[in-house]
Design a protein around this ligand. Structure first.
Ligand code: BTN
Length: 299
């Protein structure tokens, strides 16, 4: 219902409670209650006895009505499960993908303002306070399991493009999936999946972007290697805009991948690569491989 009210509330223009009540077929008291809900969420709404309600500003919260407003995707983010706090968006996304208790379409996303047990790669914790973008995307790609690393790689390209478009900052990609600015991590990607020998059942791509987080808030052990977009740009970055841009870029690259146009994505990845031409050390079980990054391994 709050969503419907938002459709009729015009920014900087008054709409009377009576008109809203008529349009939505509810009482004026119900309209008032919905206004209180919206104010609680962070919408600034003024009211005037004669003129009605006027929307002054919207919150930079990743609530579905904000993220979906003007989102130009066809399937990514068409359904959003939003939490102000949860353990981990990947955990919830996996539960939904796995049990299919409700119709979960491809492109459904789980977003949280904060995670209490955010998961990083290799069983590490992922620090996820308010101010970041913590989201997971559920996919059912009809592709062979060997495509999984490509999904991670295209996600990295989509993140870099979105950050560049929204902040003019150009991050780099450190193989396989760290996004860096000035050699410090600004975003991590955690891809989890279930697959049979030759088909993928589901994939959950978890993306964590340090957007508006002050440096001193990062735990001491990661402070030296971590950075946020706010620190670099010197001002708050609009998370809703960045999340929308990322989802749009993600859909674009995922569609390309499905059309088997991976080589063109790889070319872009190379442009942003922090790894190409550098010596890299890769942990594979107990073995450590050292070599010069060429981009070959991901093809
Ligand atoms: C890494 O270690 O670099 C991967 C970090 C991935 C973090 C994101 S935040 C959203 C999603 N939910 C999680 O619990 N993890 C991923």
């Amino acid at each position: 219902m709050a969503n419907d009210i938002l459709k009729y509330l015009r920014e900087k223009e008054y709409v009377s409670g009576e008109v809203l009540a008529k349009k939505l077929d509810i009482s004026r008291v119900a309209v008032w209650k919905q206004m209180q809900k919206l104010k609680y969420l962070g919408y600034k709404i003024t009211s005037d006895q004669n003129m009605g309600y006027c929307l002054i500003s919207r919150p930079d919260l990743l609530i579905p009505q904000e993220v979906q407003r003007g989102l130009s995707t066809t399937f990514i983010g068409k359904k959003i499960f939003y939490f102000s706090e949860l353990e981990s968006t990947n955990i919830i996304a996996k539960e939904k993908a796995l049990h299919r208790t409700e119709a979960i379409d491809e492109g459904t996303i789980i977003i949280a303002e904060r995670q209490t047990a955010g998961k990083g790669r290799l069983g590490r914790e992922w620090f996820s306070p308010a101010g970041g973008i913590w989201l997971s995307i559920i996919l059912y790609p009809q592709l062979p399991p060997s495509y999984i690393p490509r999904i991670t790689l295209m996600t990295a390209v989509a993140v870099v493009k979105a950050i560049k478009m929204c902040t003019q900052i150009e991050p780099q990609i450190k193989w396989p999936n760290d996004i860096l600015i000035n050699d410090k991590k600004v975003c991590g990607i955690l891809t989890e999946m279930s697959a049979e020998l030759d088909i993928i059942n589901w994939v959950v791509v978890g993306i964590g972007i340090n957007v508006n987080i002050d440096h001193q808030k990062f735990p001491e052990d990661i402070q030296a290697n971590t950075i946020s977009l706010k620190e670099i740009s010197g001002k708050k970055v609009l998370r809703v805009k960045l999340a929308q841009t990322f989802l749009q870029e993600f859909e674009k690259y995922y569609d390309k991948l499905k059309r088997k146009e991976f080589p063109s994505i790889l070319e872009e990845w190379k442009l942003y690569s922090h790894t190409l031409g550098r010596e890299i050390r890769v942990n594979i079980g107990e073995n450590i491989i050292e070599r010069i990054g060429t981009g070959q391994a991901v093809c």
